[in-house]
Design a binder for this molecule. Structure first.
Ligand SMILES: Nc1nc2c(ncn2[C@@H]2O[C@H](COP(=O)(O)OP(=O)(O)OP(=O)(O)O)[C@@H](O)[C@H]2O)c(=O)[nH]1
Ligand SMILES: [Mg+2]
Length: 337
C-alpha cells in the first residue's frame, strides 16, 4: 500500500459588506434608508468523486480560496453570494487538519462531501436597522471573514500490478519504461530499497498503478536479502508481473528463477499463487537470451497471453505487454472480492 499526501490551505470567501444608502426620489421627502445587505462568502467543500484517481490537481496549488460575497447596493439590493468552491478528491481520501492532525473526514463513497470552511456572513445594510424609533439609521456592518484551515489530504493507493523478480532482473528499468516515474537503475543487486509506484495512463484517462518492489532471492522467507518485508505492498494487487532475466548474466537462468520465485511466494502466502499473473522474459536484446528463452518455453509452455519476451531497455515487446496488463487488470478488477 502506498500513501500519497498533499497539504494546502483553504480559505472560505469573506462576506460582502452592508452599505448605507438613502432613497432620493423626487416628491418623496425623507425617503428613508435603502442600503442593502452584503452577500455570503463562498464555502469550501470537499467532495469524493469516483472519476478522480489522484491528488495531482492539488500539487502546486498551495492556497485555495472561495469567492467573496459582493457588497450590498442602494435600493435595498443585496449583494450576490460568493460561489462555493467544490474541490473534488478521489474516493478513499482521508482529510486531516494539518496543524492538529485531527481527522476531519474519511471520504470513501462517491459524492460524499464535507464542508471544510463556511463562508463569511454578509454585513447588514442600513435598511435592516430601520425601526419605529430609528427611522433613519446611519449604520451598516461589514461582512465577516470566511473560515480558513490548513489541511492534509491522504490517499491510500493499492497497486493494480506488482512486479516480482530477482535483483537485477530489470524491474525498475521496466517501470521506468512503462510509466513516468524515474527510479534508480544499476547493475548491482538491491538497487531498489524502497517500493516505487508508477502508473500507466490509459486512453480513457483511467490509470493502472504498478508497484516496483525490491528484488526477492532464494531464502527470502528466511529473511535473506531484504526478505518479505515488501511483499505486503503487492499482497492486494490484482495482477502479478514476474520479471525474469533471460540473459543469464548474473549466472542464473529463468527456469530456476521462476521456480525459486514461485516457491518463495508460496512460503509467504500460498494464495499469491492463485493470483492472475504474467511472465516477462526480460533482456532479450542480449545474445544469451534466445537460448534461455527456448529452454524456458520448453519447460513451461505458457500461453502467449501469459508469456512475453521483452527488452525493458530497448522497448521491445512492451506495447503487447501493456495491452495484456490492461486486459487482465480490467477483467479481474470487475470481479467481486
Ligand atoms: N541488456 C539489457 N539490460 C537490462 C534490461 N533491463 C534492465 N537491464 C539492466 O539490468 C540491470 C538491473 O536493472 P534494474 O532495473 O536496476 O533491476 P531491478 O530488478 O530493479 O534490480 P533491484 O532493484 O536490484 O531488485 C541494469 O544494469 C539495467 O541496465 C534489458 O532489457 N536489456
Ligand atoms: Mg530496482
Amino acid at each position: 500500500m502506498f500513501i500519497d499526501r498533499v497539504t494546502c490551505q483553504v480559505v472560505a470567501g469573506k462576506g460582502g459588506n452592508g452599505v448605507v444608502a438613502w432613497r432620493r426620489e423626487k416628491f418623496i421627502p425623507k425617503g428613508g434608508p435603502c442600503g442593502g445587505n452584503g452577500g455570503k462568502g463562498g464555502s469550501i467543500i470537499l467532495q469524493a468523486d469516483i472519476q478522480i484517481s489522484s491528488l495531482d490537481w492539488f500539487r502546486n496549488r498551495r492556497i485555495l480560496k472561495a469567492e467573496n460575497g459582493v457588497q450590498g447596493g442602494p435600493n435595498n439590493r443585496s449583494g450576490r453570494n460568493g460561489e462555493d468552491l467544490i474541490l473534488r478528491v478521489p474516493c478513499g481520501t482521508l482529510v486531516k487538519d494539518a496543524k492538529t492532525g485531527d481527522v476531519l473526514a474519511d471520504l470513501t463513497q462517491d459524492k460524499q462531501l464535507i464542508i471544510l470552511c463556511k463562508g463569511g456572513r454578509g454585513g447588514r445594510g442600513n435598511e435592516s436597522f430601520k425601526s419605529p424609533t430609528n427611522r433613519a439609521p446611519n449604520t451598516c456592518t461589514e461582512g465577516t471573514e470566511g473560515g480558513s484551515k490548513e489541511i492534509e489530504l491522504e490517499l491510500k493507493l493499492i497497486a493494480d500490478v506488482g512486479l516480482i523478480g530477482f535483483p537485477n532482473a530489470g524491474k525498475s528499468t521496466l517501470i521506468n519504461s512503462l510509466t513516468r516515474v524515474r527510479v534508480k537503475i544499476a547493475p548491482y543487486p538491491f538497487t531498489t530499497l524502497q517500493p516505487n509506484l508508477g502508473y500507466l495512463q490509459l486512453a480513457d484517462y483511467s490509470r493502472i498503478f504498478i508497484a516496483d518492489i525490491p528484488g526477492i532471492i532464494e531464502g527470502a522467507h528466511l529473511n535473506k536479502g531484504l526478505g518479505f518485508e515488501f511483499l505486503r505492498h503487492i499482497e492486494r494487487t490484482t495482477l502479478l508481473l514476474y520479471v525474469l532475466d533471460a540473459s543469464g548474466i548474473d549466472g542464473r537462468n529463468p527456469v530456476d528463477d521462476w521456480k525459486v520465485l514461485r516457491d518463495e511466494m508460496h512460503s509467504y502466502n500460498p494464495e499469491l499463487l492463485e493470483r492472475p499473473f504474467i511472465v516477462a522474459l526480460n533482456k532479450i536484446d542480449t545474445d544469451e537470451a534466445a537460448e534461455n528463452v527456448k529452454i524456458f518455453k520448453e519447460q513451461y509452455p505458457f500461453d502467449p497471453s501469459t508469456l512475453f519476451e521483452i527488452s525493458a531497455i530497448a522497448g521491445t515487446g512492451l506495447p503487447e505487454l501493456v495491452e495484456a496488463i490492461t486486459t487482465l487488470v480490467r477483467q479481474n478488477k470487475l470481479k467481486p472480492e
